[in-house]
Every structure is written in C-alpha cells, then in structure tokens.
Design a protein around this ligand. Structure first.
Ligand SMILES: Nc1ncnc2c1ncn2[C@@H]1O[C@H](COP(=O)(O)OP(=O)(O)OP(=O)(O)O)[C@@H](O)[C@H]1O
Ligand SMILES: [Mg+2]
Length: 241
C-alpha cells in the first residue's frame, strides 16, 4: 500500500467553536491507516473540540474533513457509519441497563449482517468482555466499561477510530491495558486518532503526534521525536525525576 493510500483522514485548516470566538483555529491534521495519531496539549487547548468537529458533533465554520478522500465536513454524527468513522467520547457512554452483548448488538445496528460474527471477533480482542457478556453494563468496572465503549465503536468496522481520553477517570493501572488494546486495534489496520492524559506515554505509542496550543497547531512529528524536543518536554511532558 502506498503512503497516499494510507492517508484515511485529512483535516484541513479547520475552524470551529461553540458560537462565540473560535476554539480551534485553522487546525490541520492527518491520520493514517494502521497508525496511532495523537493530539496532545494543555487542558483547554481545544483537543476535544477538534475531535467533536471532525466527528460532526459540532459544525466547523470553515475548513474541511475528508475520510478516504471524501469530503464529510459538518455531516451530522448519525452519518458516522457511512463516513467510516467511529467516535468514543471523553466520558464513555454505554447503555447501563443492557448487557455487554446487547450493547454490542446496538453498536452494530447499522451493519448489513455479520453482527454475531463481529461480536465473536471482538470478544477475542477483549476477553474480559467475553467473560462478562451477560452482565449488565452498570455492573462493570470503569475499565471494563471503557473496553465496552471501545468494542462498541469497532462494531461498525470503522476506518478511523477516534478516542477522547479512553482512560479518563480510571485508575492508572488501566492505562497500560488500554494502550495494549489500542495497539491491537491499530494492528488490524484501523487509523486510531487519540487524546490521552499521560503525554509521555501517549507520545511513546504515537507514530505521529500533533501538539495543539490555544486552539492552533504548534508542533508535530513522530511521538518519540517529540519526546526528545526541549519545548515539548518542558511545557507538556515534564522531566522524569
Ligand atoms: N460545550 C461547550 N460550550 C462552550 N465552550 C466550550 C464547550 N466545550 C468546551 N468549551 C471551551 O472550549 C475550550 C477548549 O475546550 P476543550 O474541551 O476542547 O479542551 P481540551 O483540550 O479537550 O481540554 P482537556 O485536556 O481539559 O480535556 C475551553 O475554553 C472550553 O471552555
Ligand atoms: Mg478534552
């Protein structure tokens, strides 16, 4: 596959906000198939806003979002599936009164078929969920609930999976597990676009990362190279003591 084919998400000079002054201003990012692309930056930089604008939860005032070369700018969230995009928001929402399997069924409602087969595939990727398939989501731990939200996002076979702080609110011990799953998802060829709170860990995993500051692109590069960058370490990562 050529590099150009691998480019599945192209965000070009996107400007968006909530009605007042723009929160993100002319932001450009790309995400590639089979790669982890990360957005890092301080609290309030506009990271979540960028993901919401890409996913169609808020309508950009200018700029474009292309998935597989098709312009999908500002299309509503319901069109996610046909857009080839799955978005898991910062606070993972699952249906608490439904079982794990029922939640996955719901996630696959738009599939033409193969729901059961897809659930079985995902149970291999998330063995914890397989063991809890008949439990109500409300009885799962925070970490298991996050895994369920990830798995549900994957029910539609997205080309781009967008994750906003999948480990938010979880004990640090879950972070390693979540990265393991994200790496597995990446290895299936999905383009993963992720925000995570632990910048050092995130940059270690990201093939490419964008530093967003005050709603604008500040720096970009391979995650590991950014970890060697003085400015990034001083301002956003912190030195190891
Ligand atoms: N629903 C909203 N309505 C109005 N302003 C909002 C809304 N959501 C976020 N903002 C504002 O947009 C700016 C960027 O917020 P955003 O949530 O995108 O930042 P972030 O980089 O994801 O931060 P964090 O790391 O804390 O999650 C902030 O000033 C915030 O107050
Ligand atoms: Mg955020």
């Amino acid at each position: 596959m050529s590099t150009a084919d691998a480019l599945v998400l192209e965000v070009d000079v996107l400007t968006a906000g909530y009605g007042g002054a723009p929160v993100i201003d002319s932001v450009s990012i790309n995400a590639r198939r089979g790669a982890i692309t990360a957005i890092v930056g301080p609290n309030g930089a506009g990271k979540s806003t960028l993901l919401k604008a890409i996913a169609g939860l808020i309508r950009p005032t200018s700029g474009t979002v292309k998935v597989m070369g098709v312009d999908v700018t500002g299309q509503p969230a319901e069109k996610f599936v046909s857009k080839g995009l799955a978005y898991v928001p910062q606070v993972a929402n699952v249906f608490p009164d439904l079982t794990v399997r029922e939640n996955l069924d719901m996630g696959g409602y738009s599939r033409k078929g193969g729901v059961r087969e897809r659930i079985e595939q995902l149970f291999k990727l998330f063995p914890d969920l397989a063991a809890s398939s008949h439990r109500k989501a409300s009885t799962l731990s925070g970490g298991q609930r996050t895994m369920l939200a990830l798995a549900r996002g994957l029910m539609v076979d997205p080309v781009v999976l967008i994750l906003d702080e999948p480990s938010a609110g979880l004990a640090p011990k879950f972070q390693g597990l979540i990265w393991e799953r994200i790496e597995q998802i990446r290895s299936t060829g999905v383009a993963v676009l992720v925000i995570e709170q632990n910048t050092r860990e995130t940059l270690k995993h990201a093939q490419w990362a964008y530093v967003l500051v005050l709603g604008k692109n500040r720096l970009e590069g391979p995650g590991k190279e950014l970890l060697d960058d003085e400015e990034v370490v001083n301002l956003y990562v912190g030195r190891l003591s």
